[in-house]
Design a protein around this ligand. Structure first.
Ligand code: IMP
Ligand code: MG
Length: 183
């Protein structure tokens, strides 16, 4: 990771902290959904790392599906424009849906996804976000499970990208200012 690490200014959440917290979330979800078989819906691509680690910590029969929506592109500011690029493979009527998201910033993306899923007659829709930016956001829907509250900074790693790079870092960190080159 030499070349990648050279671009990282600070490690905000270390690998073992991530894994410890995800294990706690998995236990909590296993208790809350006891006797049920939830459908976990990951939001591509950022939530992939979180999803694969989280489901290994959930002791329930469960299913996994993914949605892809348009996001920031290469910029670091939310546009509020949301478009479904990949929809769920199956219907969700009567299912207990748990949306798995990497990070909630403005929450506009998530709000759109949750409203869209609620229109499909699921039994329930809840949200599990790994990261939540601390700055108050009235646009975000209520979050049922949150891994970490973080400062209002642009972060990368553990699935999160800047211009599609840095998703493979095993921790969440902040880049050096020089790393933000043009697309
Ligand atoms: P929103 O502002 O909550 O709608 O954020 C939409 C999406 O932008 C998130 O699901 C992430 O994929 C991405 N995003 C938001 N903040 C960050 C960040 O700090 N780093 C990397 N991606 C981010
Ligand atoms: Mg995302």
């Amino acid at each position: 990771m030499g070349d990648l690490m050279a671009e990282v200014e600070t490690v905000l959440i270390a690998e073992d902290q991530l894994q410890q917290r995800i294990s706690e979330l998995g236990s909590q979800i296993s208790r809350d959904y006891a006797g049920r078989a939830p459908l976990l819906v990951g939001v591509l691509k950022g939530a992939v790392m979180f999803m694969v680690d989280l489901i290994r910590r959930i002791d329930l029969p469960l299913e996994v599906d993914f949605m892809a929506v348009s996001s920031y592109g290469s910029s670091t500011e939310s546009t509020g424009v949301v478009r479904i690029l990949k929809d769920l493979d199956r219907a969700i009527d009567g299912r207990d849906v748990l949306v798995v998201e990497d990070i909630v910033d403005t929450g506009l993306t998530l709000r759109y996804i949750v409203e869209n899923l609620r229109d499909r007659s699921p039994a329930s829709v809840r949200i599990c976000a790994l990261l939540h930016k601390r700055k108050a956001r009235q646009t975000a829907p209520p979050l049922d499970y949150v891994g970490f509250e973080i400062p209002d900074q642009f972060v990368v790693g553990y699935g999160l990208d800047y211009a599609e790079q840095f998703r493979n870092l095993p921790f969440v960190g902040v880049l050096r200012p020089e790393a933000y080159r043009g697309p």
